[in-house]
Design a protein around this ligand. Sequence first.
Ligand code: SF4
Ligand code: ZN
Length: 292
Amino acid sequence: MYFRANEGSHYCGACLSEQVERSFSKEMSRTPLSKDDVVAVGVSGGKDSMVLLHLMNELAKKTRAKLIAITVDEGIEGYRDKSIDAVRNFVSKLSVEHRVVSFKNELDFSIDDMSEKTFVERHPSGKACTYCGVFRRKLLNKAAREAGATKIAVGHNLDDEAQSVMMNVIRGDVIRMKRMGGHTKKGGLIPRIKPLKNVPEKEIVAYALLNGIPYFDGECPNSFNNVRRDVQTIVNDLEAKYPGTKSQIIKFYGKIRIEEVKGEIQSCIKCGEPSSSSTCKACELLGNVKSK
Ligand code: SF4
Ligand code: ZN
């Protein structure tokens, strides 16, 4: 039995699975799929993206949309190599096309290179995660566009979303807060969807176990020293004390009106990828890495 503290209700396995599927379907009804759609699913091998791939595969069968799984390999030994193995096994079972894009091939360095002591000494304020997130988004968008994708689906869950809202509050970053809501097709940016954004992390784990969905359970060695980890602890503590906090944070975000981000999407003068300024964030950070 699973207990939802904010509702005070117990769910059996079958009912919990149904709840997760209902939440996925409700979110997908906002951006219905058709046979002309090509959905690029970002699949890291963790629980969220593997559950997303499973659910999206079922939906693709019904709608005849095309599915392609894309994994970004940041080059983190002992972590990403193992999770990629899990993805490879699962996509072959589902017969879904799979592409892997790596930092090493595309950018000429890996996150492991950046995590070395010398890198940290040269970039005292530059934690690997700051760079990793920006490069990963860029490579996922590029690979999806090259695959002819009409949508990018990512496995962000309720916990991730609540943490992101709080992180943007802490940083006072209204522009990034606005971008969290996704975007319609702009320049070379493929629209992003988050079909699991209302499903709590615990329920995704339960769904994976109940439905025999394999996933890689390891944690990135760099994740123990980032802001997200601190925010996660705070939000989890609040949720334990005041059940429903995570959902309320998301509802709050949905209700506030954030002014449109000014400026058109343009092509980065260095790499040609979509950007809100003349040089994209990835190229700006890349300049930092290579100049020091
Ligand atoms: Fe990248 Fe940081 Fe996430 Fe590891 S924890 S995959 S370095 S963003
Ligand atoms: Zn660029």
